[in-house]
Design a protein around this ligand. Structure first.
Ligand SMILES: [Zn+2]
Length: 417
């Protein structure tokens, strides 16, 4: 008996020592924390334990942490949330963004730019969602969510996306409700024609599942009126993506009048009504001729997102940080840029547990430095804005684990596979 109690005492001591040394698994020290949800913009330390934010305070003792990140001179923000990406990658020829070669594997393109959550915007529909879930959602380290396409086969390209008979709100809502942890809303996209049915069926699905709808407004000649889309067909909380695009051939209306360079009054009204304006930068969906006058008028995007795919990332889009740097160089202040990439998107997709560094929250954190130099930010038309500053991702933490460290600012460095 005595033998056993000594053993217990010994064990208790050991546990005591271990738990003391590990008040924090990771401590991010000395960075400027920008956490828009909590109105924080000052130098703070962030202590992480068991996957959660344990403490945000000044001068946390580094001895209490297993790993310490030296973030002096850097920005510490919530992990970024990209609500418009294309990550239903696969090897099916001619499948475009639905299990095809134009979509990208999320983990290769997220952590390196501070993104911890990415929403696939319509790659999968109700008919292909299980494949997306099994192949991509289950097998990615990045938190992958879905705007389910109103088209059964999702973004398979060509005629697959033009068949209004395949845009079934009941089947789409059924799959969304059954997969509430993964599906955050519905997507309508790429439809060419003068027909409201794709939008209306997506909104029907949205009503059935109580989820928002993201609209890529496709095109038609003459274009369907945007005012009618915002004021009559969409609901407050629904998302207009590709907000700053001017498409060739006048097939889609714009939010800025190109002649007067003024934001159209109905766009201002739509914002008041609660329509969400998302960047969805993409390959062809961002023009400075729209964005600069909009920014001058204070018409900032609610959410910044990439429309990531092989075309956009090798075009002028690059990545999330490149777009954030563009908006920063157009005059949007840094806290607003961070808010549009963290807390705002979290609210838009109804994932309020994400996008902030509140004590007790999931520990998704990004650390950035602001590089100084001469940088060129161009758009698809070749128009270039020059800038002296650009965000660079130094470190990414996902669920309390360091998943990316550009320059080895963690001590000690533990390499994980
Ligand atoms: Zn897209």
């Amino acid at each position: 008996m005595q033998h056993r109690s000594i053993l217990f005492t010994l064990l208790a001591c050991l546990l005591g020592v271990v738990s003391h040394a590990q008040t924090y698994s990771v401590l991010i020290k000395g960075g400027t924390v920008i956490d828009p949800k909590n109105n924080i913009n000052q130098v703070m330390d962030v202590g992480i334990f068991e996957g959660k934010i344990r403490k945000v305070a000044k001068d946390i003792d580094p001895k209490e942490a297993r790993q310490v990140v030296d973030a002096k001179g850097m920005y510490v923000t919530p992990g970024l949330i990209d609500i418009h990406g294309h990550v239903f990658f696969g090897t099916e020829p001619n499948h475009y963004l639905s299990n095809g070669l134009v979509a990208l594997p999320p983990d290769g393109f997220t952590f390196r730019v501070g993104v911890t959550t990415i929403v696939d915007a319509g790659g999968a529909g109700w008919d292909s969602f299980s494949e997306f879930k099994n192949n991509v959602i289950f097998n990615s380290k990045t938190r992958v969510l879905s705007f389910l396409n109103i088209v059964g086969q999702g973004m398979r390209g060509g005629n697959w996306e033009q068949d209004t008979a395949d845009m079934d709100p009941n089947l789409a809502a059924g799959v969304a409700i059954k997969n509430r942890n993964d599906v955050v809303g519905f997507k309508v996209a790429h439809f060419q024609g003068k027909d409201w049915k794709p939008v209306d069926n997506a909104v029907k699905a949205g009503k059935l599942a109580n989820m928002p709808v993201m609209v890529d407004f496709g095109g038609s000649t003459p274009p369907l009126p945007l005012e009618e889309l915002f004021m009559k067909h969409l609901r407050p909380g629904d998302i207009y993506t590709h907000a700053y695009t001017l498409l060739e051939g006048n097939i889609r209306e714009t939010i800025v009048d190109e002649a007067t360079q003024k934001v159209k009054p109905f766009a201002l009204e739509a914002r008041k009504r609660g329509i969400i304006f998302d960047v969805g930068y993409g390959g062809a969906s961002f023009n400075y001729s729209q964005a600069i006058p909009a920014m001058k008028a204070g018409f900032y995007p609610n959410t910044i997102s990439t429309d990531l795919h092989t075309g956009s990332m090798n075009g002028s889009m690059k990545d999330m940080l490149s777009i954030m740097s563009k908006f920063y160089n157009m005059g949007m202040d840094l806290p607003s840029v961070i808010k549009a990439s963290t807390w705002e998107p979290a609210k838009v997709i109804h994932r309020e547990q994400l996008g902030h560094i509140t004590e007790g929250a999931i520990a998704d954190v990004a650390v950035f430095s602001m590089r100084k130099g001469n940088f060129g930010f161009y758009d698809k038309t070749g128009y270039k804005v020059e800038g002296k500053e650009k965000l660079e991702c130094e470190l990414t933490v996902m669920g309390g684990k360091i998943v990316y460290d550009l320059n080895g600012i963690t001590s000690p460095i533990y390499l994980t596979k």
